[in-house]
Design a protein around this ligand. Structure first.
Ligand code: FES
Ligand code: FES
Length: 126
């Protein structure tokens, strides 16, 4: 199976790899796994007092598509409100990266991870 140029680009130059302080009240952490393949993704957001995502980091132990999906999502969420970020759909990620059907669950992992990060942030703050 051939990866698209965009997947290869994000895989070779992943954006926003790293971690934020989990104890920070304004940091939300999402940790999700894909039952289908055992891949794991951690995605974190830093939210301003106004509710805007100012930073995002990820660590993904998984395939190229999962790494590319999480890298892309960290780019997409920056500057968005948490409620806007919560509407990101895996289909949009898959379309942007031209993922084939067998790799759709990799983009779903990224959608689940951002939702989990937002839920964690809301648990801490509301
Ligand atoms: Fe092998 Fe995802 S199934 S890395
Ligand atoms: Fe399982 Fe990509 S996350 S193959």
């Amino acid at each position: 199976m051939a990866y698209s140029q965009k997947v290869i680009d994000h895989y070779e130059n992943p954006r926003n790899v790293g971690a934020l302080d989990k104890e920070d009240l304004y940091v939300g952490t999402g940790l999700v796994g894909a039952p289908a393949c055992g891949d794991v993704m951690k995605l974190q957001i830093k939210v301003s007092k106004e509710g805007i995502i100012t930073d995002a980091k990820f660590k993904t132990f998984g395939c190229g598509s999962a790494i590319a999906s999480s890298s892309l999502v960290t780019e997409w969420v920056k500057g968005k409100s948490v409620d806007e970020a919560a509407t990101i759909k895996n289909t949009a990620i898959a379309q942007e990266l031209s993922l084939p059907p067998v790799k759709l669950h990799c983009s779903l992992l990224a959608e689940d991870a951002i939702k989990a990060a937002i839920a964690d942030y809301k648990n801490k703050n509301f």
